[in-house]
Design a protein around this ligand. Structure first.
Ligand code: ADP
Ligand code: MG
Length: 259
């Protein structure tokens, strides 16, 4: 029997950028796999190539070397079964919350149908923004704007969700709340998630598996399964086992910084 293809697969992926001071090796020989519906966090220091990795997985960037495939198909262009959440919500400032959420329909089909609008309202309710559809982004808090960005990514009901440090611009409390909310959404409607972060607690709370990256050149230096069952709560994070696991992650990150 044929095995189902991995949702995301990187094989020998390298990325070199031309810069004024010469070529910059952002990623070197990256191999990774995300199984369907797996929640994988990518953890690494600033500048190690996390956003580059995500752009390669999204098809927004073509690799300098190696291969990126999605559900067994080589990636050649952005796909509608992939939703992306950027670090900044990147909303259209003049468009209403609902118009921002249904923007992918407009972008793809040139128009927004009644059905699109109904679907837009539904995803807004899923991220806790019922009643805010007619507001402008500037009328919302940072956390709410980021939820609009998540709703927009969920709007086409993608199989794969790529998230680039989506909560890092938020205050600590909002950030925790958004993490639990994301877990709830993911449990209600499973998706393959690649979640980029530089926060160890965030990676541990959310992910099934954590890929640890080193900088210069960006490489995956560890691939670790989080020793926690689901559902998860604040309690789970306080166990001695999890504290040890987080300590191990910290060692991996610090050692590479110092090296
Ligand atoms: P991270 O998201 O982990 O902070 P990035 O993927 O944004 O890291 O960047 C990795 C490295 O590649 C950095 O040194 C960055 O300056 C460089 N880089 C990223 N994009 C470009 C680009 N378009 N042109 C030149 N250098 C880039
Ligand atoms: Mg980044």
């Amino acid at each position: 029997m044929m095995q189902a293809p991995d949702a995301v697969h990187f094989q020998g992926v390298g990325q070199v950028f031309k810069t004024a001071t010469g070529p910059l090796i952002a990623l070197d020989q990256v191999n990774l796999t995300l199984a369907r519906h797996e929640f994988v966090a990518v953890l690494g220091p600033s500048g190690c190539g996390k956003s580059t990795l995500l752009r390669l997985a999204s098809g927004l960037l073509a690799p300098s070397a190696g291969r990126v495939s999605v559900f067994g198909t080589p990636m050649t262009r952005p796909r509608t079964d992939i939703g992306i959440v950027f670090q900044q919500p990147t909303l259209l400032p003049w468009a209403s919350v609902l118009d921002n959420v249904v923007f992918p329909a407009k972008h793809m089909r040139g128009r927004v149908s009644q059905k699109d609008r109904a679907q837009g309202l539904e995803v807004l309710s899923k991220v806790g923004l019922s009643g805010f559809q007619d507001r402008l982004p500037s009328e919302l808090s940072g956390g709410m704007q980021q939820r609009v960005g998540i709703a927009r990514a969920l709007f086409l009901n993608p199989d794969i969700l790529l998230m680039d440090e989506p909560f890092s611009a938020l205050d600590a409390l909002t950030r925790d709340a958004m993490g639990y909310e994301l877990l709830r959404l993911w449990q209600a409607s499973p998706k393959t998630v690649m979640f980029i972060t530089h926060s160890i607690p965030e990676a541990v709370l959310l992910a099934d598996r954590i890929l640890v990256m080193s900088a210069r050149p960006g490489r995956v230096i560890a691939d670790l399964t989080v020793p926690l069952s689901r559902p998860r709560d604040e309690h789970a994070l306080r166990s001695a086992e999890i504290q040890d696991f987080a300590g191990h992650l910290r060692d991996l990150l610090i050692k590479r910084e110092a090296a």
